[in-house]
Design a protein around this ligand. Sequence first.
Ligand code: PMP
Length: 307
Amino acid sequence: MSTPSKDLSYFEGNIIPAQNAKLSIQTHALQYGTSVFGGIRGYYNSDKKNLYVFRIKDHFKRLINSTKIMQLQFTKSPAELEEITIELLKQCGYHQNVYVRPIIYTSSLQLSPRFHDVPTEIGIYVLKLNDYLDTENGLTTCISSWRRIDDTTIPTMSKTSGGYVNSALAKSEAIQNGFDEAIFLDSKGLVSEGSAENIFIVRNGKIITPSLESSILEGITRRTIFELAKELGIDYEERSIARSELYIADEIFFSGTGVQVAWVKSVDKRIIADGKIGPISKKLQDLYFNVVKGNNQKFMHWLTPIY
Ligand code: PMP
């Protein structure tokens, strides 16, 4: 029998029981959304009896970049955050898939929405998580009536909590109208991304995704897809995508840490191709799951074993 897992969090410098990691209602970040966060997955491989964290270095590098964009005072390095997370996961002792959420927040109990001259703290918590959205049956999607926040309004390259009000509006609207997920257009009316995932279309054998000019988050899974496409000999391109191109795409899929690689069955009630998973989405999805679970030797450098 393995030892039971423990529900622990990193909070104010210590690893403590998750139920004790609590903040005051006066906390600055709660009023103003002035926190930045990450989302990292760990996959448990039962054959290898190990928990593999996917691209931890890239996630912490992006988190620190988020603090830089927003001018949050924060002194810990990506390497220190990696070390803390590994120790936290070791102590939790999970033998299942997990999602790790680090969040750097303005921690003082003071008024005035600002990023400068406010002390920060970092909290890290762990959730047990398998699929966030269905990856097998195809997602129904709609174009959101809410436009993606522009990079000049709230920087979209930073995972800032306040920016997720935009995602929450789009997600709720999509679900309430009977769809699984929303697709945002940017302020120019070009395709941007999903509420918490990047989007790819396939046309004539090539995968295409909006470029950074379309107010997207620069997804780590998006970058992973580029590498996996190279491995499979599939061409990829970053460019503007018009709304109507979605309807006539050969395939569409989302990428993201939470969503993983999930294919899209319809957009605005228009069935994409024959309504089945396309060959390129399928190949990329299969390779992705092999890689993240630690079943592909070539990409083991992206994985950090916990045990
Ligand atoms: N866009 C948004 C708005 C997101 O919240 C996420 C999830 N982090 C993504 C894209 C995908 O990013 P990643 O692949 O790094 O998880």
